[in-house]
Design a protein around this ligand. Structure first.
Ligand SMILES: [Zn+2]
Ligand SMILES: [Zn+2]
Length: 345
């Protein structure tokens, strides 16, 4: 824990109200209604490495048959997958990504990058090769207009015409299924750290509130409109994962603020990629809720992922998986954890 006193300006109620509207009507919130749970993220992970059949998806995600059926149906309804017959029996169907599903690739790559940098408890993801240049892929998210990087200070926010038009937040307090509950044989545990950290609607919105500069429990609570037990649970999880840290701002009685660590700030690329996908593939009938402008070029933000070695835009079909998932330092030391299985495709 870091101890510090901040002379920071306390957000006014009007600022908190604006942040509340931007968080709930923003494009990320809409995207999370479609993919904001761990199974959807794991299914997208597997889809991008070419896993298409129900039994393979079930084994690799560790989802129960019922859960997997429900998630796949929802993702077909949401237009991310389509069913396609295979083999001789017409009843055999596999799940393939639609154009909308394929467009999720930058989000998946940002997650892979974050996992590569900060994950590892369950094994690091496999190395990726950019076939265009033959080098190891080191993806980076840039502005599609001026091709420069995207940091928080490069972004200008404005409520769009769709601000204020959003569904009531879900009130479910259903416990999240954690990584530990799905360690069956053949389960691929790579990406579990990012999926268990941000593969949840409330956690992602909570990180968003911190990006917007809210640090105190009551302010975050007011902006999220979240049940206090859920907020306490998500703060605990993010502290345990090292995504946020506490800073003491008052001694008597002791009170803390929550701040993003470097690991937490590093979720910005993932969040921006999600905003971009939500903007274009889950449009609101009322127009965008949150408009983002890229300060260096002044244009409305659109993003693309480029290869750090050759600078070319990265397409899913130009990326090869190289070798099995790598062992993390913790696994090499203690040998704990199941050996992740990644099928070469
Ligand atoms: Zn730009
Ligand atoms: Zn390249």
């Amino acid at each position: 824990m870091t101890t510090s006193r901040t002379a920071r300006r306390t957000p006014r109620p009007r600022d908190i109200e604006t942040i509340r509207v931007l968080l709930h009507s923003g494009e990320v919130a809409r995207a999370l209604q479609v993919v904001g749970d761990r199974w959807s993220f794991l299914l997208m992970r597997d889809a991008f490495i070419g896993v298409r059949r129900f039994e393979d998806l079930r084994r690799r995600t560790g989802a129960s048959r019922g859960t997997l059926t429900a998630r796949l149906n929802a993702m077909v309804d949401a237009g991310l997958f389509y069913r396609s017959p295979y083999g001789s029996a017409p009843s055999r169907l596999e799940y393939r990504l639609t154009e909308k599903g394929l467009a999720f690739y930058p989000v998946a790559l940002c997650m892979w990058t974050w996992e590569n940098r900060w994950g590892g408890e369950f094994g690091l993801p496999p190395r990726l090769i950019h076939t265009t240049c033959g080098k190891s892929l080191n993806p980076s998210l840039v502005c599609a207009h001026c091709e420069t990087g995207i940091g928080w200070r490069h972004l200008v926010f404005k409520p769009g015409p769709g601000a204020h038009s959003y569904p009531a937040p879900p009130t479910s307090t259903r416990r999240r299924e954690s990584a530990a509950s799905s360690n069956g044989d053949g389960v691929d545990t790579t990406m579990f750290h990012s999926v268990d950290t941000v593969g949840d609607r409330w956690t992602a919105l909570l990180v968003g509130a911190l990006f917007f500069g809210l640090h105190r429990y009551d302010d975050i609570n007011a902006a999220l409109g979240i049940a206090t037990n859920i907020l306490a649970d998500r703060l605990r999880r993010l502290l345990a994962a090292g995504v946020i840290e506490q800073r003491l701002y008052q001694d008597h009685p002791p009170r803390h603020e929550y701040h993003l660590t470097d690991k937490g700030w590093d979720l910005l690329q993932f969040t921006i990629a999600m905003h971009d996908w939500g903007t274009h593939w889950i449009p609101s009938p009322h127009g965008p809720g949150l408009l983002l402008r890229h300060r260096p070029c002044g244009k409305r933000l659109r993003v693309k992922v480029v290869c750090g070695s050759c600078g070319a835009a990265v397409e899913a079909r130009e990326v090869q998986i190289h070798g099995p998932a790598r062992k993390s330092a913790a696994q090499r030391r203690g040998g704990q954890g199941k050996k992740p299985l990644v099928r070469r495709t």
